[in-house]
Design a protein around this ligand. Structure first.
Ligand SMILES: N[C@@H](CCC(=O)N[C@@H](CS)C(=O)NCC(=O)O)C(=O)O
Length: 220
């Protein structure tokens, strides 16, 4: 049995969605960021930095969503969710997988400063504005590629969409996406996928965001 260690609406959703796309049976073990469960010694045995996702699969324990994505697609190659070494879009695929974490690290920084930090601690508005600008810079290549294709790869939906596409559901808390019509349409396409809907049903309620938009100016 595959077991996913998961926090609702966090990066472990990437794995949850991929498991659904692959049609693999799995169990979910739920954690919460704020209740200390990710620092439990038993969990640290599974994921040494106390992060999700972690996946128990094929007698192994894997942490890091990108490694999990690559392992699942390479060990189940018939899924067709990852181009093989000799396929033309292999490089694009690898690039988007890695780019997902470039973007996610900025989202994580904004989450930390605007969502998790509690008064009297106060973020720097200048740093917040810089981070939002850096986040927008990561949206530009996505908006461009989605102008001519539905998914990150021209060949169609791939595991790069589960990894990077997931980020965009968090981006909307920090960037007004009306400036990005192709990304908005991409969000709709992702949400329409049956596997995405099944993953959402197993995700749990998100407990981070308590308002629809976080603006740096509100922290002045
Ligand atoms: N690069 C890692 C990042 C994992 C990560 O930081 N996950 C967050 C949730 S989005 C987490 O577990 N945070 C808990 C913490 O920082 O204590 C991956 O992609 O798996």
């Amino acid at each position: 049995m595959i077991t996913l260690h998961h926090v609702a609406a966090s990066r472990s959703f990437r794995t949850l969605w991929l498991l659904e796309e692959l049609g693999l049976p799995y169990a979910v073990k739920h954690y919460k960021i704020r209740d200390g469960s990710l620092r439990d010694p038993a969990f640290l045995e599974i994921s040494p930095a106390g992060r999700v996702p972690a996946l128990e699969v094929d007698g192994k324990v894997i942490f890091e969503s990108q490694a999990i994505t690559q392992y699942l697609c390479e060990s189940r190659p018939l899924s067709g969710l990852a181009p093989k070494q000799d396929e033309p879009e292999r490089v694009d695929y690898l690039q988007w997988l890695a780019f997902a974490e470039t973007q996610a690290s900025i989202i994580a920084s904004l989450n930390l400063q605007m969502v998790f930090l509690r008064p009297p601690a106060k973020p720097s508005v200048i740093v917040l504005k810089l981070e939002v600008a850096r986040l927008k810079a990561t949206l530009a290549p996505l908006e461009a590629v989605l102008d001519t294709q539905d998914w990150l790869l021209e060949a169609g939906f791939s595991a790069a969409d589960t990894l990077l596409g997931f980020n965009l559901f968090a981006v909307k808390y920090f960037v007004d996406l009306t400036e990005y019509p192709n990304i908005l349409a991409y969000l709709d396409r992702m949400e329409a996928r049956p596997a995405f809907k099944r993953a959402r049903a197993n995700d749990g309620a998100q407990e981070f965001y308590d308002k629809p938009f976080y603006a740096p100016e509100d922290y002045a």
